[in-house]
Design a protein. Structure first.
Length: 340
């Protein structure tokens, strides 16, 4: 079976039934939980000796939140298979999500292995949070197929935050990008298909700017960790949950919209309020951040904070009318409408 979006693909995005997740840490495990909740059969591989135990524990912890989001009728943690080798894990994959650590040479070597072992035409997406695919793609040498390699960058945790940014590299086939974007949509994600590569992509670059300014304020004793977090959760974060910064600023212009806002407030852009260069992460700044977060946690464990975060995101999605409905069964139905 071929697909009009990407003729080399083994099937259309709507017909994918088996997904392979390579790397089972926080991000990879989050992808596993998401795909299981959407009713896919998921195969996972990770070289760590305790990877399966940690992965199943992560899925179990995420499942209550996923139940609130709405599971596919066939969704079950039992549809997860963890295999001992990468080659076994991708042998029958219809889509591959790679989530290895952010080390460029490791990514290059792993993507080359994936390209060699994965069935022809199967799209391989990287969860990289910053590297352009052009920097990670193995060179075409007569056997490699870099045309199917692309970035599918999620936001943490992937099972809860809808966003995924999709972009190819210089050697990526545009059809593979279109195929992947459609697949992610079918799989319940909110997709931004980027027209050009950009280190860090869109959301991370915006988040990084805020993060660097926060580090400067802590390093200079200008604000505490708690004050910084409260300034977002009790301030602009409430608006950003349903309206981005650009449209939010447009409203600051009243009936004149963005044009009036820029004419009125534009000159303040030259005010030296922000410092986009990262501060030196010396031991004192590191300790201040760690101690500040411990204080802000107020004795709550990481597991308790994760549960609180998950419930908070679900509440925001529900309150803003964006709580996903029941997952599609397309992933578990073949072209004749029969269950896989």
């Amino acid at each position: 079976m071929t697909d009009d979006l990407y003729p080399g693909a083994p099937c259309p995005p709507e017909s994918v039934r088996r997904v392979t997740c390579v790397g089972a840490g926080v991000i990879g495990g989050g992808w596993v939980a998401h795909f299981l909740a959407r009713g896919y059969d998921v195969t996972a591989w990770d070289p760590a000796p305790d990877a399966e135990e940690k992965l199943r524990r992560l899925v179990d912890a995420a499942w209550p939140a996923l139940e609130q989001l709405g599971l596919a009728e066939s969704a079950s943690p039992d549809r997860l298979t963890v295999l001992p080798t990468l080659e076994e894990a991708v042998a029958d994959a219809q889509f591959v999500q790679e989530s290895a650590p952010e080390k460029l040479e490791l990514k290059r070597e792993l993507l080359a292995r994936l390209d060699a072992a994965t069935p022809a035409g199967t799209v391989i997406a990287s969860s990289t949070s910053g590297y352009p695919m052009t920097d990670m793609q193995p060179a075409r040498d007569g056997t490699a197929d870099p045309g199917r390699l692309l970035v599918g960058h999620p936001f943490n945790p992937p099972y809860l935050i809808p966003l995924v940014e999709v972009v190819g590299g210089e050697l990526t086939d545009p059809g593979a990008v279109a195929w992947a974007s459609r697949f992610y949509e079918v799989a319940g994600k909110s997709v931004i298909t980027m027209e050009r590569e950009l280190p860090g992509f869109i959301a991370n670059r915006l988040q990084e700017a805020l993060w660097r300014e926060a580090l400067h304020m802590v390093a200079n004793g200008e604000a505490t960790v708690r004050e910084i977090d409260d300034s977002i959760t009790e301030g602009p974060g409430l608006r950003w949950a349903f309206m981005g910064p650009c449209l939010t600023f447009a409203l600051a212009g009243g009936e004149g919209g963005m044009a009036h806002m820029l004419d009125h407030f534009g000159p303040s852009l030259k005010s030296p309020w922000t410092r986009l260069e990262a501060p030196e992460l010396d031991p004192s700044l590191r300790d201040a951040m760690v101690e500040g977060c411990d204080e802000a946690a107020g004795g709550r464990s990481i597991a308790q904070l994760v549960a609180e975060r998950d419930q908070g995101v679900i509440d925001v999605l529900r309150a803003t009318g964006r709580l996903p409905g029941r997952a599609r069964e397309d992933a578990n139905t073949n072209s004749e409408g029969e269950k896989a």
